[in-house]
Design a protein around this ligand. Structure first.
Ligand code: RNT
Ligand code: ZN
Length: 424
């Protein structure tokens, strides 16, 4: 399309929204400043660098597929992330797992002995690109999972994982200080049982005490935001998960001065929706964190789509004022069956689309309809909203962020695949 045609299309779309009282310029500007955390683990199927990559994942999670080109080293992973950063509009933040520690000169440290220095290369990477960084202790895929971690009845096992958690607090504080942005530190374990347990309370009490010990490590809550992520079940732990929704929420509610709840939208029964849980939690918590993913029948971690529930999650974030900082947004999915860079990019761009779409809704007007019991017009307006010329505003947003528009970026991925990924 010619420059003039593009400009005309944008001006037309802008006019359509303006007629509804929507300032598209303000929406784009607001979105461009919101950090969304990009999960490093999409690039290497959640394998990390600190354990044998031929060993299977544990903790009830699974990547499926064997698409060629997986990143095998920190250098490869960073190169792939650079490609994704270029292809996605908006403000990004990195999201690392402890298993992505980078060891130099033949050195290796076990997870309970990890130090900030093992993440120095990531700090350099983030600094060069102006990124903040979130962090996750890795309580899975490791010989010290017995298979339990923080809930283990074996004191030695539990101690090892508590020490890992404490090391991660220190690393998170280092990341926050070096990068000048808060670090969300997410505690998730897959601890649970395949079959009906005889003791459901014991593991949860141990989990609670373990988190208490981890959070007794000194940190500045303005810089490090520990969270607890709940889950309904995982592969091989179908009958019982210690870190259930009630457990995680209960913990966060009782520890509001040092902990926030994290909801992953793959971690609930299929008829439950996180979009509805966001305002429920914001009625009680000043800050919450999200893992945005796409479950199909279970926590399958498919690539995030621009689908109804993703749009609804974004709408709730926007309507509840979450973009002002109360909702910490991160992506969490891992698909090894398609080009991993494309997977990362599609999901990141889709969540940007969902947020932009939410910012382009006449939220105040719609709310007034609800409050005046005008459900007829609310239905009509919400339906009409779906066919507005959103694509033109989205493309303009991409151009302003110096990111490729839809239709342009996949060719770049194919070239990278031919030149770089296929040689791995
Ligand atoms: C697993 C959780 C957890 C992980 C990452 C790798 O079900 O969602 O957040 O996906 O920590
Ligand atoms: Zn998650």
């Amino acid at each position: 399309m010619s420059e003039t045609k593009i400009a005309n299309a944008y001006e037309y779309a802008k006019g359509v929204y303006a007629a509804m009282g929507i300032d598209v310029e303000a929406a784009m500007e607001k979105l461009a400043a919101v950090p969304v955390a990009l999960h490093c683990w999409q690039g290497d199927d959640v394998r990390g660098f600190d354990t044998d990559p031929s060993k299977p994942l544990t903790g009830g999670i699974q990547t499926t597929g064997n698409y060629p080109g997986r990143a095998r080293t920190p250098e490869e992973l960073m190169a792939d992330i650079d490609m994704v950063l270029k292809l996605c509009p908006g403000t990004k933040k990195m999201n690392l797992h402890a298993s992505y520690a980078i060891f130099e000169d033949g050195e290796w440290a076990d997870r309970d002995k990890l130090e900030p220095k093992h993440f120095k290369k990531w700090v350099d990477f983030c600094k060069e690109r102006g990124l903040g960084c979130d962090f996750n202790p890795t309580f899975f895929s490791h010989p010290k999972c017995d298979p339990l971690t923080l809930t283990s009845p074996n004191e030695e096992t539990r101690r090892f994982w508590i020490d890992h958690g404490k090391a991660c607090i220190r690393i998170s504080q280092y990341l926050a200080e070096e990068l000048g942005q808060p670090c969300i530190m997410n505690i998730w374990t897959g601890d649970g049982f395949k079959d009906v347990p005889a003791d459901r309370l014991g593991p949860r009490v141990r989990y609670k005490e373990s988190i208490d010990e981890i959070l007794s490590e000194p940190f500045d809550f303005n810089k490090v935001k520990p969270c607890v992520e709940s889950k309904v079940f995982g592969i091989g732990v179908e009958a019982y998960t210690a870190g259930s929704a009630e457990f995680a929420l209960g913990y966060a509610a009782m520890n509001k001065d040092r902990c926030i709840p994290l909801m992953d939208n793959g971690h609930y029964h299929p008829t439950e929706v996180v979009s509805d849980k966001i305002p429920a939690l914001l009625a009680f918590f000043p800050e919450i964190a999200l893992h945005v993913t796409r479950p199909i029948r279970w926590d399958s971690d498919h690539v995030v789509l621009f689908d109804d529930e993703t749009k609804e999650i974004a709408k709730e974030i926007v309507r509840c004022g979450g973009l002002e900082g109360s909702v910490k947004i991160a992506l969490d999915y891992f698909d090894a069956s398609i080009n991993r860079i494309a997977a990362w990019t599609v999901g990141f761009r889709n969540f940007q689309k969902a947020l932009l779409n939410a910012l382009l809704c006449p939220n105040e007007e719609l709310k007034a309809m609800q409050d005046s019991d005008n459900w007829t017009e609310l239905l009509v307006r919400q339906e009409e909203q779906k066919t507005l010329p959103f694509g033109e505003i989205w493309n303009e947003y991409c151009r302003r962020c110096n990111a490729p528009v839809d239709g342009e970026w996949f060719a770049i991925v194919k070239k990278y695949e031919a030149e770089v990924l296929s040689a791995r």
